[in-house]
Design a protein around this ligand. Structure first.
Ligand SMILES: [Zn+2]
Length: 95
């Protein structure tokens, strides 16, 4: 009997630790949408930058008007450059 009691106690302790850990993992963390400046490569929380440019149905954000005008002069160059340097990253968050 004493063995069973010890096992039961041990199981309870382990369950307690696990449920605490899972609880922490399940906490919803706000995920910030990031926008990328395709000219200089900086990133910021969506809505922070006011310099924006519409191109091919997407609105690109820029850290400053200098980057914005550089983009507007050669959008394809900066987009392909950014794609090369940041593979898999979408500079414009999907809404
Ligand atoms: Zn910039």
């Amino acid at each position: 009997m004493s063995v069973v009691q010890r096992n039961a106690g041990h199981t309870k302790d382990v369950e307690g630790q696990w449920s605490t850990g899972i609880g922490l993992f399940n906490q919803r963390r706000p995920i910030m949408q990031l926008v990328y400046d395709v000219v200089c490569g900086m990133s910021a929380e969506d809505g922070l930058w006011t310099s924006k440019s519409d191109y091919k149905g997407k609105t690109y954000s820029f850290c400053c008007d200098g980057c914005k005008s550089a983009f507007e002069k050669a959008p394809e160059y900066h987009l392909s450059n950014f794609a090369e340097e940041h593979p898999g990253i979408n500079p414009v968050p999907e809404k």
